[in-house]
Ligand binder design. Structure first.
Ligand SMILES: O=C(O)c1ccccc1N[C@@H]1O[C@H](COP(=O)(O)O)[C@@H](O)[C@H]1O
Length: 206
């Protein structure tokens, strides 16, 4: 059985060589975390990475409850293509921001029921603790039809992404912890993750 090409985002990049390696390996998007935490990048780092990346690789900034004007300024300064809102941002916030948005929601039924309210380019369904390398129960997505394209995230890695794609058939997948070794992005794991997604999308039964 084959599936349409699933897009791939590699998130939490913090240096140019690894970002270029992810792009070379076939990543469709790279994520830069502006929220406080161990993967946070400075605006200057993010701008340098965005400028170094080749064309046709989406530059995504990850924010958590950041004031709107600050998000706009950072998006402009760094050259972001999209912003991923991973906090309690409202549908009105997304509407008024004036940028292409991905809204992240936790993988639970009540959040999914409210998802239709978000006027965004895509919905990213993740574990309630983002960036933690934990999966949520993908079963809750079975039979759910979302208005927006679905990006599956949370605890994905080369060993489970094939099953996740076959089960959920998302528009895209997003990974951070699952392509790290001892807390640092690992180019071999990035390549293995992308290769696995490509395999399962184009594997033809029989
Ligand atoms: O990666 C982070 O540090 C992070 C911090 C704050 C908000 C989101 C963050 N990452 C996003 O979390 C998911 C899944 O991460 P993981 O693969 O389970 O580690 C992914 O969408 C990242 O974009």
């Amino acid at each position: 059985m084959s599936f349409p090409a699933v897009r791939i985002k590699i998130c939490g990049l913090q240096d140019i060589p690894t970002a270029l390696a992810a792009a070379r390996a076939g990543a469709d998007a790279i994520g830069l975390v502006f929220a406080p935490g161990r993967r946070q990048v400075t605006p200057q780092q993010a701008r340098a990475i965005c400028q170094a990346l080749p064309p046709l690789v989406s530059r995504v900034g990850v924010f958590v409850n950041t004031p709107m004007e600050e998000v706009r300024q950072l998006a402009h300064y760094c050259g972001l293509d999209l912003v991923q809102l991973h906090g309690q941002e409202s549908p009105e916030y997304c509407q008024q921001l004036g940028l292409r948005c991905i809204k992240a929601i936790p993988g639970d039924r009540s959040s999914l029921e409210r998802a239709a309210d978000y006027p965004v380019s895509a919905l990213l369904v993740d574990h309630v603790q983002p960036g933690s390398g934990q999966t949520f129960d993908w079963q809750i997505l079975m039979g759910v039809s979302l208005k927006q394209p679905l990006i599956l995230a949370g605890g994905l890695h080369p060993g489970n992404v094939g099953r996740a794609v076959a089960m959920v058939r998302p528009y895209a997948v997003d990974v951070s912890s699952g392509v790290e070794f001892r807390g640092k992005k690992d180019e071999t794991l990035i390549k293995a993750f992308i290769q696995r997604v490509r395999e399962v999308c184009y594997c033809v039964a029989g």
